[in-house]
Design a protein around this ligand. Sequence first.
Ligand SMILES: Nc1ncnc2c1ncn2[C@@H]1O[C@H](COP(=O)(O)OP(=O)(O)OP(=O)(O)O)[C@@H](O)[C@H]1O
Length: 329
Amino acid sequence: MAGSGTDHLRPAEDVVLRVEDLVVEFPAGRGRKVHAVSGVSFDVARGETLGIVGESGCGKSTTARALMQLPRPLSGSVRLDGAELTALGGETLRRTRRRLQMIFQDPISSLNPRRKVRDIVAEGPRLWGLPAAEAEKKVDEMLTAVGLDPGVAAGRRPHEFSGGQCQRICIARALVLEPEVVICDEPVSALDVSVQAQILGLLEDLKERYRLTLVFIAHDLAVVKNVSDRILVMYLGKTCELAPSDALVERPAHPYTRALLASIPGAPVAGAQRYERLTSGEPPSAADPPSGCRFRTRCPRAEARCAAEEPAMRRVGDDQWVACHFPHV
Ligand SMILES: Nc1ncnc2c1ncn2[C@@H]1O[C@H](COP(=O)(O)OP(=O)(O)OP(=O)(O)O)[C@@H](O)[C@H]1O
């Protein structure tokens, strides 16, 4: 299958999160379905930041939610430290899922406007049975860690904060539960550019301090390349390319990766202006994806084989994998 196969997964020892052949579909009426995620596999090593990038609608958020089992994937495997999340239910799933936390795109709407910051951040620890005094202490510690003064911030409500400050509160709410893996779904896309850099810097600091593993999802490759150790490029529910960030940026092998690099404004990647851009504006519908390689209808290199046969992931460099019949190698 295009963009699938699992040869590119690494030995289990260092891997904290391992996702195999993940499939998520949604009903689309009249018996049709949206093929949102169609056989995606990746792993994330402890302490690593894996970036997931692709245009809007390529299945990034659905992948993120499927990791949390919200909703459960149609098929595939999601293992956290070896525990198969797709097989867990009830209390065991709840307990295991605590070790995976998410941060979302729109911090303001993801905070309850009626509650004070103290209660928002303390909610998780309280649900987990932490005595009130200890929960308070943890809240103060986390608010300080995200750069807010607990004495000032804890008693206020979300509307009294800027977007960047609200994202700091969301980060505190996620980290107070001491997760191993934090899934950041477009965490800075809704913020002003100057604030974006501050939040990215904060995530980097917190990652070191709390030894976190991050999955960092964004449509903007310029942002993803700066924070990720490796990057997974998605297109219409499939993986196109998976590589260390430097290799992906310096030697992109998939025509789609090259098109994404070419579209970064301000040309921050040397040579990327020369890469061919996409041949048409909109991706096809995920309810009716093209046969063979899903990217072929917009690909400058497509040939007859691309319609007939799905490309499997294959190695094109040290730890660089691509799902393309005609990669740039
Ligand atoms: N609940 C749903 N019901 C039906 N279709 C859905 C649902 N959620 C997502 N989809 C569809 O699944 C596909 C993948 O969407 P998803 O939101 O995961 O993409 P994305 O890459 O995260 O895009 P964005 O950045 O715009 O959120 C899209 O075609 C989307 O329309």
